[in-house]
Design a protein around this ligand. Structure first.
Ligand code: PLP
Length: 358
């Protein structure tokens, strides 16, 4: 392999985070949300690591579920966006997926399936996010119809808009309204995502759905969850070092100008690998125990780092973009985004290497 640009996936950290989170919501089952290639970590690898610890997986779309089954992953796989056409329901029946049905067109497709080709589904309720789901008023008859067809109750699911804020009244209202529906329908409940598992114990249900915190990023916006361990370490290596004089500029558009004689390391990672192009000058990177600072625009395959204030590294030395020494949440803050986006956008060009500490 030529360049040293890699995402190291710490399998022990993943297991540690998952068991920590499932322990916080131990009254119900915990499913691992591994959509978008497990938030960039590699869905098949993550599923294989977590299989002994979790009761099911959730993905966004049918193609992601097929990838898991074809890799030999057994057990419940919930498809959060549900079917986009009727054929997906028939496939879900064949492959034992659980699509989430959230609107009437999907319900009509479900009813039109031959009995032998009709999959079990979960139903989504719109408790205030106003993205997907049946309204609080219309879910009763939907559940009744399903219960007649399948002779069992479906699981009802909802999604919280602001669970990352632990003092948010809207979240309390969403949980309250959803609980009323659960009481009336006597169905099993699934509400909690990572922030709700950590910050809203009253949301814990029969099925909890953890994503971001399982990967070691912080789920709450204002409070730290200290025991989480970063799972992905994104690293690359120094491919060139140059000494600049005061006034020299770096990169496209000359966006960084040396205020003093400066040392610049060129590192083999760029926006084509998923390192965000909009990271500003000064965004930290970690080199040999010190912090360098991004200098100039991110290129497609390279970044430049001001290493004037740190001991001179060698060509080939490892640079951590985020991971064990530099939290992805901190880099996301610099880039004006969230950890979810940074992790999920790591491109297929970057090899994912799974490592066990033990
Ligand atoms: C419906 C649903 N449930 C659960 C999750 C997991 O959320 P988190 O990554 O915040 O744990 C997501 C993620 O976007 C989702 O869309």
């Amino acid at each position: 392999m030529s360049r040293q640009t890699q995402a190291i996936i710490d399998a022990d950290a993943l297991v540690h985070n998952f068991t920590l989170l499932s322990g916080m919501a131990s009254g119900g089952n915990t499913m691992a949300v591994i959509k978008a290639d497990a938030y960039g970590h590699g869905a098949v690898a993550v599923a294989r690591i977590l299989k002994p610890y979790c009761q099911g997986f959730a993905v966004a779309i049918t193609e992601e579920a097929i990838t898991l089954r074809e890799a030999g992953i057994e057990g419940p796989i919930v498809i959060l966006e549900g079917p986009h056409q009727q054929a997906e329901l028939e496939l879900a029946s064949d492959m034992h997926f659980i699509p989430v049905v959230h609107q009437h067109q999907q319900l009509a497709w479900l009813n039109a399936c031959a009995q032998a080709k009709r999959p079990k589904v979960w139903f989504k309720i719109d408790s205030g996010m106003h993205r997907l789901g049946f309204s609080l008023q219309e879910i009763g008859p939907v559940v009744k119809q399903y219960t007649t067809l399948f002779r069992e109750k479906p699981v009802l699911i909802t999604h919280l808009a602001c669970a990352d804020e632990t003092d948010n009244h809207f979240t309390a209202q969403q949980i309250h309204d959803f609980e009323n529906v659960i009481r009336e329908t006597q169905c099993a409940a699934s509400i909690a995502n990572s922030p709700a598992v950590v910050g809203w114990p009253q949301s814990h249900g029969d099925w909890n759905r953890v994503g971001i915190a399982m990967y070691g990023a912080q789920p709450l916006s204002k409070k730290n969850t200290p025991l989480l361990q970063p799972v992905m370490t994104l690293q690359a290596s120094i491919i060139a070092i140059r000494h600049l004089k005061q006034g020299d500029t770096v990169g496209y558009g000359q966006q960084w100008k040396a205020k003093r004689p400066s040392v610049i390391a060129t590192v083999g990672i760029g926006y084509a690998d998923g390192y965000p192009r909009h990271c500003p000058n000064g965004t930290p990177v970690y080199i040999n125990g010190y912090q360098g600072k991004l200098a100039g625009r991110v290129s497609m395959d390279m970044i430049s780092v001001d290493i004037t204030d740190i001991p001179l590294p060698a060509i080939g030395d490892t640079v951590e973009l985020w991971g064990k020494h530099l939290l992805v949440d901190d880099v996301a803050r610099c880039a004006g985004t969230i950890s979810y986006e940074l992790l999920a956008r790591i491109s297929p060009r970057v090899p994912r290497l799974v490592r066990w500490q033990s």
